[in-house]
Write a protein that binds this ligand. Structure first.
Ligand SMILES: [Zn+2]
Length: 591
């Protein structure tokens, strides 16, 4: 185990969460229905110096890779704004309000006026090579129960920004992007430096996610939240790890990165960086061969060199000469076209040489991506700080000063209360907390005699199972759910709830009266319980003659076969018991 205090572990969490509204600067839908593209647009990018006269390192890095970008336009989900062929429309008001509510939940200080900025993004994921971003608030905090106790972590602040386009295909130096995701509103929440165990850092990230979902203004499901983590140790460098999908892996990822930096710090002590030289496509590192299999905890040194070279679209081969390590570089199969451009290839080799030298000198500032589990790989140098400039197409937006009522309870207190009220385990209580049904669940248990765990099982389990059957449960309103639960309280059979909810979702009744009509028509269909029981008693007469009262269980089975889902099981049992008793008395002489 990593002694996080001894190595002075520092981490920071950055969360990107999509908001459940339309796009930020145009009227396009953010549903990402996965429809085929209408057309494909081709772009190339060239770096230009910033107003400070400097080139951004990540822009230069992209220039070396010299990739071509293709953008798929999907009807209803992308327009000229996404293509950067038309100025942005005005800011989506719903998205702004959601961001303000989120800032309120994190106790963050909202600015008086919002300025839209452009942030340089050169990897092709934005058609204009910039992303629009708005600082909404500064400061604030999140509290999370952790193995080290309740931790209050200050936030840097909250930004509202455009999501980037997503990669849909890659072939050599060509990259395809879908425009459907570009421009979906995101909130970006970054913490200040956290000095705590890797487990505690993951708990903080989880707390931010739960608080976000509890506002019910954010999108749900795969890909709607992205978590990055920054890690450094004493003597190391800030490394940003992107794309932590599963928070359960976060502690292992942080630990592996800390150990990787510590291993590189140790390696630097061997003093091999002075022995790095290159002739053409061959890098020689004096005396480094024995270190090639060194465990960096995210792979070996060999893996690290290979993946770094791959980032510059270069393939490498390792040879030994005495104790010297020889790294032979070729244009990778991916970068094959680079052969036609010798200067660019030479530049790539130079970058790989620099990267090898820097690996032997200790950790460097960089961006890494999760490959699998806790294994990460180099993706690019960390972008410089000076890459923001004002968006001149939009004027500043005044803070609308919305009122949000009393301060919200912290999520862990809400969760503890839900867990005990509804007798749910941890994951079910988190599900109810972040679901749209918490308020209705609370109202139902205060207004009816239904048990809280039954109410939770319908609102979570039954609704989920209907959703899986393709029934449009999202259209079920709070009052419809409430009314259905009221009907159950008044005697509507529990076995019929799933069918009733499905019917309500299908017919979308506009008022309580028609909802009750649906319920009573369902009851009407089935209610000849006495008739069914009479039938069953007659056809099973032989069985009853042999078994007497003991025939009850098989009879119950036969009756339920015919009325399941239509009559409450308890009612059936009572009616059958009565009928069987009458039957036995009437036929006493004959048995
Ligand atoms: Zn659009």
């Amino acid at each position: 185990m990593l002694d996080w205090k001894a190595v002075n572990l520092k981490a920071g969490v950055e969360i990107h969460q999509q908001l459940d509204t339309g796009k930020l600067f145009c009227g396009c839908s953010s549903e990402m229905r996965g429809e085929p593209e209408l057309m494909r647009v081709f772009r190339k990018q060239h770096p230009v110096p910033s107003e400070l006269g400097r080139y951004d390192v990540s822009a230069l890095y992209e220039e070396l890779r010299d990739r071509r970008f293709f953008y798929d336009v999907v009807k209803g989900e992308s327009c000229l704004v996404e293509l950067d062929e038309e100025p942005p429309h005005s800011l989506n008001r719903q998205a702004l309000e959601a961001a303000l509510l989120i800032a309120y939940h994190f106790h963050s200080n909202v600015f008086d006026e919002f300025h839209v900025m452009r942030k340089t993004i050169t990897d092709g994921s934005n058609t204009g090579a910039f992303q629009r971003t708005i600082m909404i608030s500064e400061g604030g905090y999140v509290e999370a129960p952790t193995p080290e106790g309740l931790l209050r972590v200050p936030l840097e602040g909250i930004n509202l920004e455009e999501d980037a386009a997503n990669i849909t295909w890659k072939k050599g130096e060509d990259v395809g992007y879908g425009l459907s995701r570009l421009g979906i509103p995101l909130v970006e929440i970054g913490t200040e430096v956290i000095e705590a165990s890797p487990q505690a850092v993951a708990e903080v990230a989880k707390g931010i996610g739960l608080t976000l979902r509890s506002t019910r203004k954010v999108k749900r499901g795969l890909g709607t939240i992205r978590q990055d983590v920054n890690v450094s140790v004493k003597g190391g460098k800030r490394v940003e790890i992107k794309g932590v999908q599963d928070l359960r892996n976060m502690p292992a990822i942080i630990e592996a990165e800390a150990l990787r930096q510590l291993a590189l710090i140790e390696l630097a002590k061997a003093g091999l960086s002075d022995g790095v030289s290159r002739v053409g496509p061959v890098i020689r590192v004096k005396g480094a061969w024995p270190y090639l299999t060194l465990d960096l905890h995210t792979g070996t040194l060999r893996d690290e060199i290979e993946s770094s070279a791959r980032a510059y679209m270069v393939d490498v081969r390792f040879d030994r000469e005495g104790d010297d390590l020889l790294i032979s570089m070729g244009a990778s199969s991916e970068g094959a076209e680079g052969v036609d451009r010798p200067t660019r290839l030479e530049k790539r080799w130079h970058e790989v040489e620099n990267r090898v030298r820097s690996l032997f000198s200790g950790p460097s500032e960089e961006t890494r991506a999760v490959v699998s589990g806790s294994v990460t790989a180099f993706t690019r140098p960390l972008p410089g700080g000076a890459r923001m400039y004002p968006e001149t197409d939009l004027s500043p937006i005044p803070n609308p000063r919305l009122e949000f009522g009393p301060p919200p309870k912290p999520y862990y207190e809400e969760l503890a209360e839900i867990r005990s009220t509804f007798s749910l385990d941890e994951s079910a209580s988190e599900e109810l907390y972040t679901s749209p049904y918490l308020d209705v669940a609370r109202r139902v248990i205060s207004d009816t005699s239904l048990s809280p765990s039954y109410v939770a099982s319908v609102l979570l389990g039954t609704v989920r199972s209907l959703g899986r059957q393709g029934i449009d449960v999202v259209s079920l309103s709070e009052w419809q759910l409430y009314e259905v639960m009221k009907l159950v309280d008044e005697g509507f059979p529990k076995e019929g709830v799933e069918g009733l909810l499905a019917e309500v979702a299908r017919r979308k009744p506009g008022d309580a009266a028609s909802l009750r009509d649906i319920a009573s028509s369902m009851i009407g269909e089935r209610v000849d319980l006495e008739g069914v029981i009479r039938d069953v008693l007659q056809s099973d007469a032989e069985l009853i003659r042999r078994k007497g009262e003991a025939a009850y269980a098989p009879l119950m089975g036969d009756v339920m076969k015919r009325v399941r889902g239509k009559v409450d099981g308890k009612k059936v049992a009572e009616a059958l018991k009565r009928a069987l008793k009458d039957y036995l008395e009437a036929h006493e002489g004959n048995v």
